[in-house]
Write a protein that binds this ligand. Structure first.
Ligand SMILES: C[S@@+](CC[C@H](N)C(=O)[O-])C[C@H]1O[C@@H](n2cnc3c(N)ncnc32)[C@H](O)[C@@H]1O
Length: 239
C-alpha cells in the first residue's frame, strides 16, 4: 500500500489513522521504548530557539509536538492541525489533561492546503507525517508559506538507513515484529505493515535536506537520532 499515490493514498492514510487513533500513542511508546517523547521535546526546543510567536504543527495526530511547542517559553500559542476528527478529539483531551488548553489550539485541516494567510507563524513542524503526504514538496512549501521570514521549519521522521548489519537487524524487527505488535495491541496488522513499508519509500536524510534547499530554505541541517532510524531536519525561511 505504501506505493499508492494521490487521492488513493490520501484515502488509505486517512482510513488507516482513523482506525488506529485510539491505540496510536501506546504503539508509539512501545515501538520506540518511549523515546519518541524525548525526540519530540528536543525538536520543539530546537524549533523555537531564538524565535517568538505562534507555532504550527501539521498532521499533529494527538498533538504531542503541538503541546511540546506550547511548553517552550518562546512560543505564545501553539496550533496543531490534522485531517482527522478522531485525532483532534484525542488531542483536545490530552491538552486539557495536561493543563495546556489555553495555550494550545487543535484544529481540523489539510496540510496541503493550510487555512492560514502567508507569514502567520514563527515556526512550523511536522512529526512522523511527511511519509504519509501525497505531495511531500507541496506540504513543505505550505509550511514555508505560512511561516514568517526568518521563521524555522523542522521535520522529525523515520529515515531509511544505509545498508549494513544495523540496518538489516532494524529492518527485520521493523518488518516482522511491528506488524505483529500492531495486530496484538492495535488490532490492526495492515496499518503496521504499511508503516515500515512507508519508510522504504521515503527519502534518505541527505535527499530530504536537499529538498529543504530546493524550496528556498537556508541554514539547512539535519541530525540523526534513535541509532540512525530517525532524522530531525531544520531550515529557515530567508529574511
Ligand atoms: C504518523 S501520524 C503522526 C502524528 C504526530 N505528528 C506524531 O508525531 O505523533 C500521521 C498523521 O498525519 C495525519 N495526516 C495525514 N495526511 C494529512 C494531511 N494531508 N493533512 C493533515 N494531516 C494529515 C494523519 O491523520 C495522522 O494523524
Amino acid at each position: 500500500m505504501a506505493e499508492l499515490k494521490g487521492d488513493a493514498k490520501q484515502e488509505y492514510v486517512a482510513g488507516l489513522f482513523a482506525r488506529i487513533a485510539r491505540r496510536y500513542d501506546l504503539m508509539n511508546d512501545l515501538m520506540t521504548f518511549g523515546q519518541h517523547r524525548r525526540w519530540k521535546r528536543h525538536t520543539a526546543r530546537l524549533t523555537a530557539k531564538g524565535l517568538q510567536g505562534i507555532s504550527l504543527d501539521i498532521a499533529t495526530g494527538t498533538g504531542d509536538l503541538a503541546r511540546a511547542l506550547s511548553r517552550q517559553p518562546e512560543i505564545d500559542h501553539s496550533v496543531g492541525l490534522d485531517l482527522l476528527p478522531e485525532m483532534i478529539t484525542l488531542g483536545h483531551a490530552k491538552a486539557r489533561g495536561q493543563g495546556l488548553s489555553a495555550k494550545t489550539t487543535m484544529m481540523l485541516g489539510d496540510a496541503l492546503r493550510l487555512p492560514f494567510p502567508d507569514g502567520s507563524f514563527a515556526c512550523a513542524t511536522a512529526g512522523f507525517s511527511l511519509r504519509n503526504m501525497t505531495d511531500l514538496k507541496g506540504a513543505l512549501a505550505e509550511m514555508v508559506r505560512v511561516v514568517k521570514p526568518g521563521g524555522r521549519i523542522t521535520t522529525l521522521d523515520l529515515s531509511p538507513m544505509a545498508d549494513g548489519i544495523k540496518s538489516s537487524l532494524f529492518r527485520f524487527c521493523f518488518h516482522r515484529l511491528v506488524p505483529l505488535m500492531g495486530y496484538i495491541i492495535a488490532g490492526n496488522r495492515s496499518a503496521y505493515t504499511y508503516l515500515p513499508q512507508s519508510v522504504d519509500y521515503f527519502l534518505e536524510a541527505d535527499r530530504l535536506a536537499e529538498m529543504f534547499q530546493e524550496i528556498g530554505l537556508v541554514n539547512v541541517g539535519f541530525q540523526r537520532m534513535g541509532m540512525g532510524t530517525v532524522a530531525l531536519h531544520w531550515g529557515q525561511r530567508p529574511i
